[in-house]
Design a protein around this ligand. Sequence first.
Ligand SMILES: NC(=O)c1ccc[n+]([C@@H]2O[C@H](COP(=O)([O-])OP(=O)(O)OC[C@H]3O[C@@H](n4cnc5c(N)ncnc54)[C@H](OP(=O)(O)O)[C@@H]3O)[C@@H](O)[C@H]2O)c1
Length: 166
Amino acid sequence: MKISLIAAVSADGKIAERADQSSMDWTSKEDKQFFIEKTKEVGTLVMGRKTFATINKGLKGRRIIVLTRDPSKELPIPGVEFTSEEPAVLVWRLEGEGVAELVLGGGASVYGQFLNAGLVTEVYLTVEPFLFGGGVTLAQGFDRVALRLESVKQLNSQTILLHYIV
Ligand SMILES: NC(=O)c1ccc[n+]([C@@H]2O[C@H](COP(=O)([O-])OP(=O)(O)OC[C@H]3O[C@@H](n4cnc5c(N)ncnc54)[C@H](OP(=O)(O)O)[C@@H]3O)[C@@H](O)[C@H]2O)c1
């Protein structure tokens, strides 16, 4: 399974200033466009419940799978599935359904678990021109992961998109 971790990061490696902050607050329109294009191309998007709470709706043309420990307390939303499966179990099930690729949309806890389980195959980081000083680190809780830089794309005069292969 091809699993692409996609994140916007500040120049000091943070994905948010606060846990309840939406990335929409500080990312460029070019990064938002990249996110839309990539997730539409791949079709399946996995994220944690806290990240989903910053969106709180389905996204046209995409299947969203939200990790939560208690799926039964979530109200149904078209195009959104809630699951308590561990990452490896979820990936195994999706492979059985014929899903060949998915985007990992965060947040930090979900990125960390998928990296720790060795499931991430590609990393896309959009570096935005901010230093947050504090905030939510991209991911934690895994051993060193070596990356190979595949491409660097300038999205606008201030923003770059790094594409790594794990
Ligand atoms: N800059 C970016 O590109 C980007 C991208 C994504 C997110 N973010 C930011 O990241 C922050 C959120 O990150 P976060 O780490 O705090 O939260 P998160 O990963 O989005 O969500 C954590 C929640 O997901 C559920 N979960 C995680 N792993 C699970 C598992 N194995 N089984 C079942 N449920 C599981 C739990 O939900 P329950 O509590 O319901 O059990 C957990 O509380 C926000 O500020 C958001 O804006 C930034």
